[in-house]
Design a protein around this ligand. Sequence first.
Ligand code: AMP
Ligand code: ZN
Length: 471
Amino acid sequence: MPISLYNTMSRSVEQFKPISDETVKMYCCGPTVYNYAHIGNLRTYIFEDVLKRTLLHAGYKVTHVMNITDVGHLTGDGDDGEDKMEKSARESGKSVWDIARFYTEAFFKDFDALHNLRPDITCKATDHVADMIALIQRLEKGGHTYVAGGNVYFSIDTFPDYGRLARLDLNELRSGARIDVDDNKRNPKDFVLWFTNSKFGEQAMMWDSPWGRGYPGWHIECSAMSMKYLGEHFDIHCGGIDAIPIHHTNEIAQSEAATGHTWVNYWLHGEFLLNDTGKMSKSSGEFLTLSVLTSKGYDPMDYRFFILGGHYRSQLKFSWQAMDTARTARGNLFDRIAALKAGAAPAKSLGEAASRWCASFDEHVFNDLNTPRGLADLWGLLKDDTISPAEKLAAAYRMDTILGLGFESLSARQAEESIVDDPEALALVARRVEAKKARDYALADEIRDKLDAMGYAVKDTPDGTRLMKKM
Ligand code: AMP
Ligand code: ZN
């Protein structure tokens, strides 16, 4: 079944055709590690994970590269403001290197807790400054740069295709020249490749370069590292929607000006998670982290489930009420899966009805990652009385290779809980099932209380009664 993806470059859903039949090469802009990732950032990584899992499910190998921005990202994307890392270090009294290490670890803790598959290559900007310098030199040789006020700039007028991704109107850009604050720029949309003229006297991260001691601009890192690990032409580049007008626009200009050919075939962007006041952002200081959610009793899978319930190209509004709804639905889902596991091993093959649900699931998810429709297929499967528990389980596992909710490990855990070898407890459960059949609910409740006192929990699920040792 072919995969279709919305390509921001063409503004249309296109059938995905990889450059090589075997391995899909995919680059995702990673975190700027000056603070915790907020749950909006994490939405973007879940969308990218679903994309990767879909490609894997379709039978491709995937080489997934993600960068860690630990230098050069200013508080404004257009070369304005100060370095986010330096600012965080100054405010916390720690070194920039400690800040980077701390927040990178925190990032991956959240990343893993959300069941995102780790990138095959994770690369830090600070480890690749030599690659960035080499790329800037290549651009310099091609006549795409100029030095002004001590900094090296990319001249967008040397790249006629500038702004194609964002469909920028260059005439409009020109007329905006007056409002630009950096007098060194020949065109207001020119951007810094290398800073030697630091605005901040105490800049800690500096490297020698042909243009003097300094540090790279933010955009150059993604061009240099993606080309190093994926080659000069690769399949997919992803990020949040905010990256389109500046960051990805500038990445394309640098990369294609240097190589003279197309750099990336498919551009995918995830829409924003919003809060009551609009966009959730780190710089506004008001943002929610995964730890805040877990400290309030939500499971990371409640958040993943909430995100999967929206299409990645639609804005999604966060609210506690929405999280509660997600938690209840996710809990019901897990109960059903655990009950299936307690009663059956996954079937080795699927009959017609289960196969139909799987095909419908694939059709929806392969169609521009429509996870809300995919979840509806999962529920449809679980509620379909014509399908045996063993087949349901096998089909649910299959869907979960994309959803990433962790059904297999959940069922293993639940299965352990379900192994009750106490004959008295098992006899009581059997009596309770009979009592319920006879509509003797008073007796059923009495038996439940007795089991409770013996240290067992009884749970009635649509797929039968479950008996578990209480933890
Ligand atoms: P940053 O760590 O700030 O570089 O951002 C990491 C990723 O999160 C980028 O791909 C951003 O585009 C994305 N992002 C930032 N804010 C949001 C948001 N509110 N919702 C979804 N994605 C976001
Ligand atoms: Zn990037």
